[in-house]
Design a protein around this ligand. Structure first.
Ligand SMILES: Nc1ncnc2c1ncn2[C@@H]1O[C@H](COP(=O)(O)OP(=O)(O)O)[C@@H](O)[C@H]1O
Ligand SMILES: [Mg+2]
Length: 363
């Protein structure tokens, strides 16, 4: 029975060549290695890509290759791009001041989904030319994802810095996005949140925070969980962990005039924008009064505006963006839109409607 050949590793080739020809090798030596390992010259070249230092020349000193790797990582620019559609509002100025101060001052930003928490931190960094490393936290996030671990690279295990170490060393802003989805494994960041840096026990190295390093966390809750089922998947964060954040900002949805500005930058139909903002406002009010469990976020309004620019059909744009809600909610939202905007008729009145919600909205 024929056997599939075992692919030759970078480490095998490096060991063979170093023993036979030293650490400075040329194409001729690579050809020899390809014959020895019974593989193509291009496979050998591919494996040794990281060691290439000029045409037809390879330097097999591991240290140098690692340095090269590190240099390419350092060269990456992690400053977010300025987005011209961003409109400053709410806590933006305070967030910007904290970043500008270069102080270590862990900051918690809480608020309902899709109201610009992540965007405002990103844009504050963009405006200030500050590097930002964002980690999307999930229940699965662990020490390896945050701090780092060993990775298999071309047959060798090499230490790989996680985003927290990168941010510490660069003096960047570390954004722990949606932190209330985390499990207790997030507690590995306790010493980082105390401003002390972290000891990498697997490689015996202590990483101190560089000047300018700071942590921001965003969440839909305040880390105390949610009993009403609105925030499925959110967890109660450890009290000592929350204590490490000296300040918490509460992010509200933008005011109607700010929200109009946000939407106008995507669509020039003033009337449609006004109607959408009024509609979302009424729905949010009903939500705050406990009348409904769902609401329309700024993010969803932007989605509707974009759907409108694609389909050029207001009713369709609203419909496709409401499809994610259950039938009853969707129907009620559409009927309400009909009331707000006399020119558009989207709801099929014959379908089941949530009379209770409508009554509340009417009153
Ligand atoms: N200040 C703003 N200016 C412009 N667009 C905004 C602003 N705030 C929110 N948005 C829109 O809403 C979307 C969701 O914002 P995001 O920051 O991701 O929400 P959150 O992090 O609060 O869930 C953004 O991608 C953007 O389209
Ligand atoms: Mg976010």
């Amino acid at each position: 029975m024929p056997f599939a050949p075992i692919p030759v590793s970078t480490q095998d080739i490096v060991t063979y060549l170093t023993n036979k020809c030293g650490t400075e090798v040329s194409t001729m030596h690579l050809q020899e290695a390809s014959e020895h390992f019974d593989c193509s010259l291009s496979t050998v070249k591919k494996r040794l890509k990281i060691y290439k230092h000029s045409i037809g020349k390879w330097d097999l000193t591991i240290q140098e290759a690692r340095e090269k790797l590190e240099k390419t990582v350092q060269k990456q620019n992690l400053i977010p791009e300025v987005n011209n559609s961003f409109v400053k509002f709410g806590n933006y100025n305070d967030i910007r001041k904290i970043i500008q101060s270069d102080m270590f001052y862990p900051t918690f930003v809480t608020g309902l989904s899709g109201n610009g928490k992540t965007f405002s931190i990103e844009q504050a960094c963009a405006q200030l030319g500050k590097e930002l490393i964002r980690v999307n936290i999930t229940i699965e996030t662990d020490e390896d994802d945050l701090i780092g671990g060993f990775r298999l690279v071309d047959g060798s295990t090499i230490w790989h810095n996680g985003p927290v170490i990168e941010a510490l060393e660069r003096g960047a802003i570390l954004l722990l996005d949606e932190i209330d989805l985390a499990s207790n494994k997030i507690l590995c960041l306790q010493s980082v949140l105390e401003g002390n840096g972290v000891f990498l026990k697997k490689i015996g190295k202590y990483v101190r925070p560089s000047r300018g390093f700071n942590v921001f966390a965003t969440a839909n809750t305040k880390g105390k969980g949610s009993d009403d089922g609105r925030f499925i998947g959110t967890n109660v964060l450890n009290e000592a962990f929350l204590e490490r954040f000296p300040v918490t900002f509460e992010q509200e949805y933008p005011s109607a005039s700010v929200e109009k500005k946000i939407l106008i930058s995507e669509c020039s139909d003033d009337k449609f924008v006004s109607h959408l903002v009024d509609w979302a406002g009424i729905i949010r009010k009903t939500f705050y009064d406990g009348g409904i469990d769902e609401l329309i976020s700024t993010r969803r309004l932007v989605h509707i505006i974009r759907a409108y620019s694609i389909f050029n059909d207001k009713a369709k744009a609203i419909k496709v963006c409401l499809n994610r809600f259950d039938d009853e909610t969707k129907q009620s939202f559409m009927e309400l839109y009909d009331k707000v905007d006399a020119e558009v008729d989207i709801s099929d009145k014959d379908e089941v409607s949530n009379q209770e919600l409508l009554n509340q909205i009417n009153s």
